[in-house]
Write a protein that binds this ligand. Structure first.
Ligand code: 0A1
Ligand code: ZN
Length: 878
């Protein structure tokens, strides 16, 4: 057991900072054996705070070498170095505090603060990394102007970067040099960044809407020089889009992007100097899949959009994290939607939400979009804060409409530019600009848990009315047993017998009625009566997934089939197919092997595969059966092996029955042109590779030859990896290992491709048995210090390879627990994230439940766990 209980931080305890920092002057002397940081802060008493408070600065893992006030050394009796920082009891109203610290970036495996990655220095300061660099009030409501001088050996580190503009540079003695950077915009220290390395620079330009020329610079290791174009193009598209849609223009003269291999998350929006995980920014046709191209475009945009939603207007405290993240994810999803297919983007977002965020919302770590408390803030970079937070902003957009939403965002940026604010300030700006009352809507920020909407209907032939009754409840979550009804925008349509949308008249006789309506559900139960309804309709509920809720309605399979082919809402067409497939799979749970699949599902899939008029991208999505993870999320007591077996049987039968159609679909979509990541080409590759995967699933010989051919002749990574994955998931053992070897041999010097190679194996129910996964950990390319490698083996095993991870002998759980414990001492953030697959143990069948609990207890028993792992494990077992 951990000997001392870590402290819980509460939102209700927020107090304005007693001192403010106006200006920070930093000097970094970078050496191989350590880094000296000179930090000079102009500090003054905050007139809005209670007077007489001591000055407290945060600091972790620092060696203090010097402390001065207005240039004079401070006597040891005048200050105290505490476990988490430094305290000076008596200070004047305004003064300059000088701090010199010595830190060891080369030994920093946590990847917070300043660390080394593949020979370069880089930083990660969000959320609380700056305190690992120097003593500072490390909280986002302290916004200061930074000036940063970086000094290092010139041959090893020719490139020296920080935020803002480079204002001075020169040579020093002993082959060293320096560059000084000045950032004119006040910012919280979590947006500070520094990079030093031997990097190549790729340059581009962007002219803003007001005619300013912006220098775009991307810095990568020389071997990655050919992988920058896609990120730079994405950046320019994002810059233009933000001007057009939000009226936001870039504000500095330089915008820099750096790629680093060792990074805990995807990327970071440091002011003017975004730092990316290599896997989220580097791409070329032969090394990155379509999914990677799309991910890069979205993440580059996301980080760029933060320049306004996060940097110019930032968070008052970390409970407000969704202020910047929810809004920015909403913005990047709008952007992706505009760049590609809106329906497909909506399907992808909803899938992530329903599979993973709903699971979080019903598990022991459930928290509101604006949490009330935390032990370790790094644990709150969650799907709830990010994705549900984005859905909340999306609902405001739906309720206000495009024009008023834009007025609201303009007001928000204008009113709060240069400030650190709250989610409430955001909602207030939306209210003030639109005149709408969002008081009940604010519950979306305060109440955890996924609302459930139960729908019943009644058609009165005589009166020609159709009545929809919606009732809602939010299930209890840790610390919140009672919930109030929320304000839910519920988009609906009614589909007539011939498949057309009927007019939706909420008053009899109304003319010009819309065929799509957003009902506003605010009460626990509400009834909506539609008039002049000539025939019994099939309801299309929650169109476009207009709110992050679960809908329950007693659909018949025939109704679902009808919606699948007639709903004018593409999202709901897809959703009907998913619901039908879920129903069919669930009905096969625990049934004998020979139980046959409902022929109606086969017919529906046959139609999808054969209809060449349908939107290819939508068809590609519709062909994906609901994932095992989603089926687990839907069960009260999940039996993973039964789910895996039922889903596999459905897949097998569909593939067997539809061989001809699959083959034809494969051949029809096999194109040979130059690689282009356009929505149309991506859809074709996706369809083709899905068809191939299905055919190999049933070990079809012709498909085997096609896969081998595709593997050998592929000119892009999507097709190369698609063929490899199909072979790996098949029973053709000899082909599988030959292909894996060939793939590795060809790409062994490319870390991003090796990561895919790892995850294809670790995530495969056929290839990724526990001994095989353990062998991957011994592979020379595996590296315990590199989060991407850990994610691609251990993360893929526990997150995607559910049949093996949830082996009934519980070996998967013990494996995970062992590695979490080992990682906890090197990288607690990564260790804590790996606990997630164990947290929902209460929702599984007994064998699993007990095994997962035992694994959690084994972790909990370790003395001196990090705060990160302690919080997740402790809350899971509570
Ligand atoms: N703000 C970044 C996410 C991020 C958060 C924490 C990090 O280090 C622990 C790194 C990045 C984003 O939303 O992209
Ligand atoms: Zn973000």
């Amino acid at each position: 057991m951990r000997t001392s209980q870590p402290r819980t931080i509460y939102l209700k305890d927020y107090k304005v900072p007693p001192y403010l920092v106006d200006h920070v002057d930093l000097r970094f002397e970078l050496f191989e054996e350590g880094t000296r940081v000179y930090n000079s802060m102009e500090i003054r008493r905050n007139p809005d705070a209670d007077p007489g408070q001591p000055l407290e600065l945060d600091g972790e893992g620092l060696e203090l070498e010097g402390l001065t006030v207005n240039g004079l050394p401070l006597a040891p009796s005048d200050f105290e170095v505490t476990s988490g920082g430094l305290r000076i009891e008596k200070v004047s109203d305004a003064f300059t505090l000088g701090v010199v610290t010595w830190i060891l970036p080369q030994d920093n495996t946590r990847l917070e603060g300043l660390y080394k990655s593949s020979g370069m220095f880089c930083t990660q300061c969000e959320a609380e990394g700056f305190r690992w660099i120097t003593y500072f009030p490390d909280r986002p409501d302290i916004m200061a102007r930074f000036r940063t001088r970086v000094e290092a050996d010139k041959a090893r580190y020719p490139i020296l970067l920080s935020n803002g503009n480079d204002v001075d540079r020169g040579d020093l003695e002993d082959g060293r040099h320096f560059v000084t950077w000045e950032d004119p915009f006040p910012k919280p220290c979590y947006l500070f960044a520094l990079v030093a390395g031997d990097l190549v620079e790729k340059r581009d330009r962007f002219k803003t809407q007001s005619g300013r020329d912006i220098d775009l610079r991307m810095y990568v290791e020389p071997r990655n020089a050919a992988k920058c174009d896609h990120a730079l193009d994405s950046l320019k598209r994002a810059m233009r889009w933000d001007e057009q849609i939000y009226g936001r223009e870039y504000d500095l003269d330089i915008f820099m992007i750096v790629a680093v291999d060792d990074f805990n998350m995807g990327a970071m929006e440091n002011k003017g100097l975004n730092i990316f995980n290599s896997s989220c920014v580097l791409a070329s046709a032969d090394t990155a899949t379509d999914a990677a191209f799309q991910r890069i475009e979205a993440i580059v945009a996301h980080e760029y959009f933060h320049n306004w939603s996060g940097n110019r207007v930032t968070c008052r405290d970390w409970f407000q994290l969704s202020l910047k993240e929810g809004f920015t994810v909403f913005r990047d999803s709008q952007f992706s939607s505009d760049m590609g297919s809106p329906t497909v983007k909506r399907i992808e977002d909803a899938t992530l939400l329903r599979t993973a965020q709903f699971a979080e919302d019903s598990g022991p770590m459930a928290h509101p979009v604006r949490p009330d408390s935390y032990i370790e803030i790094s644990n709150f970079y969650t799907l709830t804060v990010y994705e549900k937070g984005a859905e909340v902003v999306r609902m405001i957009h739906t309720l206000l409409g495009e024009a008023d939403f834009r007025k609201g965002s303009d007001l928000y940026f204008e009113r709060h530019d240069g400030q650190a604010v709250t989610t409430d300030d955001f909602v207030k700006a939306m209210e003030d600009a639109s005149g709408r009352d969002l008081s009940q809507f604010r519950l979306w920020y305060q109440q955890a848990g996924t609302p459930v909407v139960d729908v019943t209907d009644h058609y009165d032939e005589q009166a020609r009315t159709y009545t929809l009754t919606l009732s809602q409840h939010v299930p209890p979550t840790p610390g919140q047993s009672e919930k109030q009804p929320q304000h839910i925008p519920f988009a609906v349509g009614l589909i007539g017998e011939r498949g057309a949308d009927l007019p939706l008249k909420l008053e009899a006789g109304a003319s010009d009625a819309p065929r799509n309506r957003v009902l506003e559900l605010t009460g626990a139960e509400q009834t909506f009566v539609f008039h002049d309804v000539a025939e019994r309709p099939v309801p299309s509920l929650l169109r476009g997934f207009s709110a992050p809720v679960k809908v329950r309605y007693p659909w018949s399979r025939d109704q679902l089939l009808f919606l699948m082919s007639h709903d004018s809402d593409g999202f709901n067409r897809w959703d009907a197919g998913q619901r039908l497939a879920v129903d069919v799979i669930q009905s096969m749970l625990g049934q004998p092997q020979e139980q046959t699949v409902d022929p109606r599902l086969v017919t529906a899939f046959r139609q999808l595969l054969s209809d060449t008029d349908l939107d290819l991208a939508l068809v590609a999505k519709m062909l994906h059966l609901p994932s095992e993870a989603y089926l687990i999320e839907l069960s009260d007591v999940a039996d993973v092996q039964a789910i895996h077996s039922a889903r596999t049987r459905v897949l097998n039968q569909l593939a067997l029955e539809l061989q001809d159609e699959l083959l034809a679909c494969y051949l029809r979509n096999r194109e040979d042109g130059d690689y282009e990541p356009t929505p149309e080409a991506i859809a074709r590759r996706s369809l083709k590779n899905t068809a191939l995967g299905w055919l190999l699933h049933i070990n079809e010989e012709e498909a085997r030859l096609m896969a081998l051919k595709q593997f050998e002749s592929a000119t892009n990574m999507t097709d190369q990896a698609g063929a490899l994955r199909s072979l790996v998931n098949s029973d053709f053992e000899a082909d599988r290992s030959k292909a894996l070897d060939a793939f590795y041999e060809r790409f062994s010097d490319d870390p991003q491709v090796v990561e895919q190679w790892f995850s294809i194996q670790a995530g495969s129910p056929r290839a990724g048995t526990l001994p095989a996964v353990e062998a991957l950990l011994e592979h020379p390319a595996f590296d315990w210090k590199n989060p991407n490698k850990i994610r691609s083996v251990i993360g893929a095993f526990a997150g995607q390879n559910l049949a093996n991870f949830h082996a009934e002998d519980c070996s998967g759980y013990r494996f995970l627990a062992r590695h979490i414990l080992a990682l906890d001492s090197t990288n607690p953030q990564i260790a804590a994230r790996l606990v997630a697959p164990l947290t929902r143990w209460r929702n599984y069948g007994e064998v699993y439940r007990e095994g997962m609990r035992a694994a959690l207890e084994q972790i909990q028993a370790r003395p001196d766990l990090s705060k990160d792992v302690y919080e997740v494990v402790h809350k899971s077992l509570k």
